[in-house]
Ligand binder design. Structure first.
Ligand code: GRF
Length: 202
């Protein structure tokens, strides 16, 4: 299936998806990288990998709906069937989320349902949790609240800073996201009545 990766910045998760999907047996193709920021570093990395790119700058659009209509048009133009949000920093309206319901996933840098929203690593350190991690989940209208597909945990180590913790988790993100996309794309994980169910062979 044809997948678009939506980014706003660095795009390291995007790179891990592109690399995984370049394997001949991978059940999905990264057909487009779309950024809402013209200066996103990930765009150049996508071009280098030979992936089609598009920029829909939210600043060029008067409303969120208008911005999302423009994104939706580009996604349709490229025959996109599935979306991976990867560091995409715009909140999506219910219209867009419903339109892509069951066909849009996100990676979030915490063990959901803990630490929804931003600054997850700072908040994890403030709370003193000893286990932290990342989650891939389906996107629903409520922020960072959708059905969970995959998670990875890491220890919090004495002396950790936001940066050291983020870096330890990012390593896990880079293997978790392709793994989750693979499971959804080959049917070994699927959405049923608002929950993710896993096939027995997995
Ligand atoms: C990642 O930590 C991801 O979990 C979060 O934003 C960051 C994006 O990093 N949603 P990158 O752009 O993929 O390098």
């Amino acid at each position: 299936r044809r997948v678009a990766v939506l980014i706003s910045g660095r795009g390291s998760n995007m790179v891990s998806l592109i690399e995984a999907a370049s394997a001949p047996d991978f059940p999905a193709e990264i057909a487009l990288v779309l950024s809402n920021r013209p200066d996103a570093a990930g765009l150049e990395r996508a071009r280098q990998a030979g992936i089609a790119t598009a920029i829909i700058d939210h600043k060029d659009h008067p409303t969120r709906e208008d911005f999302e209509q423009a994104m939706d048009a580009v996604l349709t133009e490229h025959g996109i069937e599935f979306i991976c949000l990867a560091g995409f920093m715009r909140v999506l309206t219910d219209w867009f989320v419903e339109r892509w319901a069951g066909r849009m996933i996100n990676i979030h840098p915490s063990l959901l349902p803990l630490f929804r929203g931003v600054h997850t690593h700072r908040r994890a350190l403030e709370e003193g949790v000893l286990i932290h991690g990342c989650t891939v989940h389906f996107v629903v209208p409520e922020l960072d609240a959708g059905p969970i597909i995959a998670q990875a945990a890491v220890p919090v180590i004495p002396g950790d800073t936001e940066e050291s913790l983020a870096a330890r988790i990012l390593v896990q993100e880079h293997s978790l996201y392709p793994q989750a996309l693979r499971m959804i794309s080959d049917g070994s994980a699927r959405l049923e009545n608002g929950r993710v169910v896993f096939s027995e062979s997995w």
